[in-house]
Design a protein around this ligand. Structure first.
Ligand code: GUN
Length: 297
């Protein structure tokens, strides 16, 4: 069998299009555009690329982008003061502080300072708790994007399906498991201490790989016909004479493709969905923060 390759780029473009149209509707009703503030601290190259991409996508979706770039040695109280200003700013619907932070800064304290109503990353304990008990709240962008891709293939009810999430981070693994559980899947969270990982993965009708280890999940670990969602983005060492190494996921794509029923590629799978969902969450925040009835998206 050769798996269907799930086109995350196309799904993300459709979502951005829908959000962009709804943002115009919002602007007509509220007489202002939805606004997303992105805070970047320091000069991390990858973070600068992500933040630049977020800003461009925000403007392209008919929203205001407020970018705050602070020096690497910014003290905690200065960052908290900025977050407080953004919490109070009526033009700002969503606040995203790009992670990771430089070592003098306490990410948990910074996330705790963001108003849960503007926490479009879904990282605040209030939103994490809401997700855990099944209440409405902001859901982290990457796992929600994974669910949207799964929904295109399987619908919103995963009753009777076994799902294995590899990775237990607060940003991906744990919220992903909660969403799969809400969709009625039977969920296992595997991680670096799991024994016989290949055997655990072999039970799964749905595998979500979010470990950050290049091509760790092999083709012969997979149940034939399974749906594979690969969250990993890893750069391989460059070939001799080449500038940069290839980007690969946490799943050995060529092997997995011969066994799976459907698989997301890297790049072009989950990655593009993350920014599209961030825009979707910002639009939802704008409707909620301005007291207008929010559309279904
Ligand atoms: N760094 C890498 N991914 C993310 C994300 O989704 N949100 C934030 N705030 N930082 C990140």
């Amino acid at each position: 069998m050769t798996a269907e390759v799930i086109d995350g780029k196309a799904a993300a473009a459709r979502l951005r299009e829908r959000v962009g149209a709804l943002a115009l509707d919002f602007a007509r009703q509220a007489e202002r555009k939805p606004g997303l503030a992105v805070v970047l601290i320091g000069e991390d190259a990858a973070s600068q690329v992500y933040v630049g991409a977020k800003g461009k996508a925000t403007v392209a979706a008919n929203m205001n982008s407020f970018e705050h770039h602070l020096p690497a040695d910014t003290p905690q109280d200065a960052l908290l003061t900025l977050v407080e200003q953004l919490n109070a700013d009526k033009a700002v619907d969503g606040i995203l502080v790009q992670l990771p932070l430089p070592p003098q800064l306490d990410a948990q304290a910074v996330i705790a300072a963001i108003s849960p109503d503007k926490d479009v990353d879904g990282f605040h304990v209030s939103n994490a708790g809401r997700l855990a008990v099944g209440q409405d709240g902001f859901v982290p962008c990457t796992p929600l994007g994974c669910m949207m891709l799964l929904e295109e293939r399987h619908g919103s009810d995963l009753s009777g399906m076994e799902a294995v999430v590899i990775g237990r981070s607060n940003i991906v693994g744990k919220p992903m498991a909660q969403l799969l559980l809400q969709a009625n899947a039977t969920v296992t969270i595997a991680h670096s201490r799991t024994r016989n990982l290949a055997e655990v993965v072999r039970r799964a009708d749905v595998v979500v790989a979010a470990v950050g280890l290049a091509e760790m999940v092999r083709g012969d670990w997979l149940k034939p016909g399974a749906t594979i969602i690969d969250v990993g983005i890893n750069r391989l060492p460059p070939e001799p004479g080449a500038g940069k190494g290839r980007l690969v996921g946490d799943v050995a794509f060529a092997e997995a493709r011969e066994v799976a029923g459907a698989i997301t590629p890297v790049p072009g799978g989950v990655g593009p969905m993350t920014i599209a969902v961030l825009l979707r969450n910002t639009l939802v925040a704008a409707y909620q923060n301005s007291g207008l009835a929010k559309p279904d998206i």
